[in-house]
Write a protein that binds this ligand. Structure first.
Ligand SMILES: Cc1cc2nc3c(=O)[nH]c(=O)nc-3n(C[C@H](O)[C@H](O)[C@H](O)COP(=O)(O)O)c2cc1C
Length: 393
């Protein structure tokens, strides 16, 4: 028995350093096989175990370079593929290096709040695997700026040192949140201080005003607040050494009226925001979800049921901004076909969280392979050529 265990550990260690497609496939399969075991734990514990393992440097590593057709340019930076990890998975910037190595084109850490805060009482995350969905009401549990800063600074001082102004591989996004105790009127202060404290470590910065789990947060998307808030954030960015050229993005909810979306489009243009992430989780509960044991839990619904509504908002926003603002499509991506639909609707990049959490790391190479096949099938040489294709029919 001992020999078997020693052999298995030895084999695994040897695999870590092996190169080539076979080693990549075997390693992804091995970690994929561990995913069902994590599902035996409750959602938050499983997540914490995953983050702890990744923070220790465990996790499969991409060896083979991405295909040429997946290459895409966003905000003046080249990415080897457009598939990113959405915010909320690595809230405290502990695991992003392992996640980048896994083959994501970009990884977004956060939301990070200025001061540490515990978030909502547990339980606060629920799987709805039959629907490929999750409901969460974490409420920005965060170790705060100072804690994240230590790790982000170490990364930039070492393996992640910026070359030509950005990450050497896989871009890093820094997603900013606000503390629960900060009143709505002074919410902008939390984002400004976020830019000043940790903005310089990101290849892009995100103003998250769309989580449904912080009371009043989504009001910041309204005309009354948005323009002033974004003006202050963009000014802070311009005046922060090391961050003055870093793109600022705003992340919006999928539950917006047509007129609210129009307002956002106009403010984003007038305040010269560089991009929009569409979207966060939804407070809507489709009928099929309502009948699930966890379907009526309070919080944001993510995953498959969000694919269609968030892609519609993305499509509408691309139209409203005339394709002039870089959009990141997020919500329900679980296949290459889903990623392709977001790109056709107007996304330059896509992100996912729920499908990755439910299905494990093997999903990443699979989505990329499927996306390559979609592009080839429809005669697109690259992702770049397919952006907004649905609007050109
Ligand atoms: C458990 C969980 C926690 C999340 N936390 C954050 C967060 O802190 N900040 C944020 O901007 N989005 C957060 N999100 C939203 C995701 O980034 C993403 O916008 C949303 O889940 C839709 O993508 P998906 O359907 O691929 O999951 C969270 C999502 C989940 C499921």
């Amino acid at each position: 028995m001992t020999y078997v265990a020693v052999g298995a550990v030895g084999g695994f260690a040897a695999l870590r350093y092996a190169e080539g497609r076979w080693a990549e496939d075997v390693e992804f399969a091995a970690y994929g096989a561990a995913t069902p075991a994590l599902r035996m734990l409750d959602a938050e514990t499983a997540h914490n175990v995953g983050i702890a393992a990744l923070a220790m440097g465990l996790g499969p590593r991409q060896r083979v370079e991405d295909g040429k057709s997946l290459e895409v340019e966003a905000f003046g930076m080249k990415l080897s593929n457009p598939v990113g990890l959405a915010a909320g998975f690595d809230k405290d910037a502990k695991a992003f290096e392992a996640l980048i190595k896994m083959g994501f084109g970009f990884v977004e850490i956060g939301s990070v709040t200025p001061k540490p805060q515990p978030g909502n009482p547990k339980p606060r995350a629920f799987r709805l695997p039959e629907h490929g969905a999750v409901i969460n009401r974490y409420g920005f549990n965060s170790e705060g700026h100072e804690s994240a800063k230590t790790r982000l600074a170490a990364y930039r001082a070492g393996a992640g040192a910026k070359t030509e102004g950005h990450s050497p591989r896989g871009l890093l996004g820094v997603n900013l949140g606000k503390n629960k105790t900060t009143p709505e009127e002074s919410a902008a202060d939390d984002y400004v201080v976020g830019v000043e404290n940790i903005g310089e470590y990101g290849d892009y910065i995100v103003v998250n005003i769309s989580s449904p789990n912080t009371p009043g947060l989504r009001n910041l998307q309204g005309r009354k607040h948005l323009s002033g808030l974004l003006r202050r954030v963009v000014t802070a960015r311009n005046n922060t050494p090391g961050a003055s050229k870093t793109p600022v993005l705003v992340k919006i909810a999928p539950d917006l009226t047509d007129s609210a979306l129009k307002d956002i489009a106009s403010v984003v243009k007038s305040e010269k925001v560089d991009g929009v992430i569409v979207s966060n989780t939804t407070i809507a509960r489709p009928e099929v979800i309502q009948s699930h044991t966890h379907g009526n839990e309070v919080g944001g619904l993510s995953g498959k049921p969000l694919m269609e509504p968030s892609t519609k908002v993305l499509h509408d926003l691309y139209k409203l901004t005339g394709g002039k603002i870089t959009l990141i499509g997020c919500g329900g991506v679980a296949s290459g076909e889903d990623a392709y639909a977001k790109i056709r609707a107007g996304a330059t990049l896509v992100q996912l969280y729920t499908a990755f959490a439910l299905q494990g790391p093997q999903l990443i190479p699979r989505i990329k392979r499927e996306l390559e096949a979609c592009l080839a099938r429809d005669g697109f040489e690259s992702v770049q050529d397919a952006i907004g294709a649905a609007h050109r029919r």
